[in-house]
Design a binder for this molecule. Structure first.
Ligand SMILES: C[S@@+](CC[C@H](N)C(=O)[O-])C[C@H]1O[C@@H](n2cnc3c(N)ncnc32)[C@H](O)[C@@H]1O
Length: 239
């Protein structure tokens, strides 16, 4: 089935759905069967300011569905979303795959929203959230997902999602360095999925194994194919 056939529009909703909003149950069922509800319907369960930020900051559902297909195809069991926001990717991917999702997020308010969202969509057992900043190590997982999480450091004062955390070019460089090191130390077979890149280059021990260029930004899946890591970088764009 093509993506166009899988993407539901408002016209696909029943009259009841268009009069009210589709329920979390209906959205969840749609995602579980690999079809894509309108982002607007899913986003209606976010607080108003986060709904308004969705197009710029949160993963579109079509992207989460494609990532979920790849994760199941590669038999991944546990995925960490580095910079999970209000949990849109984790919740949608938990519904559309067999994986357990862990969201790491430094903004306490977003963690609280993400936990509520996971409860509303009935996946609180497979989508959980940890409040904290990226440290020197990453939680253990078979896969990591990054939607360009550190870019906000470069947006400048007044242009970020909210002024509740400190951003800087130094922090950007440190965060990129930390994930690259963690990826270098990860076991062979580790999967990394980037949407719109992650701001740095992938270590050369990772191979690009899937790419989708039909989405608003490039979605790419990498897999660690070398046992060791010689400190060099992949020549493939981490777009
Ligand atoms: C572009 S949003 C992506 C959100 C989510 N992954 C999604 O796809 O819907 C990036 C998120 O990363 C968070 N973030 C940025 N730097 C972080 C860090 N160093 N540690 C934890 N979270 C971070 C931001 O607060 C923001 O919510």
């Amino acid at each position: 089935m093509s993506r166009r056939e899988l993407q539901l529009s408002d016209d696909d909703l029943t009259p009841v759905d268009t009069l009210t909003s589709p329920s979390p149950t209906r959205i969840a069922e749609t995602l579980r069967t690999g079809r894509c509800p309108p982002d607007r319907a899913f986003d209606s369960f976010l607080p108003e300011d986060l709904r308004a930020a969705s197009a710029e900051y949160w993963t579109p559902l079509a992207v989460a569905l494609q990532a979920a297909r790849w994760l199941d195809e590669f038999g991944v069991q546990r995925v960490v979303d580095i910079g999970a926001g209000p949990g849109k990717f984790c919740v949608a991917a938990a519904l559309a795959s067999r994986c357990e999702l862990v969201g790491l997020e430094h903004r306490p308010r977003l963690v609280a929203v993400a936990r509520t969202l996971a409860r509303q969509f009935g996946v609180k057992d497979r989508a959980c959230f940890q409040q904290g900043s990226l440290g020197a190590c990453l939680p253990a997982a078979g896969a990591y997902y990054l939607y360009n999480p550190f870019a906000e450091n470069l947006f400048g004062p007044g242009n970020t999602l909210a002024d509740d955390v400190e951003f800087s070019c130094d922090r950007f460089a440190l965060d990129i360095h930390r994930v690259q090191n963690a990826f270098r130390q990860a076991p062979r077979g580790t999967v990394v999925i980037t949407y719109n890149g992650f701001g740095g280059c992938m270590p050369a021990s990772y191979e690009s194994v899937r790419v989708d260029r039909q989405l608003p930004c490039v979605l790419r899946m990498w897999r660690k194919t070398e046992v060791g890591d010689d400190g060099t970088f992949s020549l493939v764009d981490a777009d």
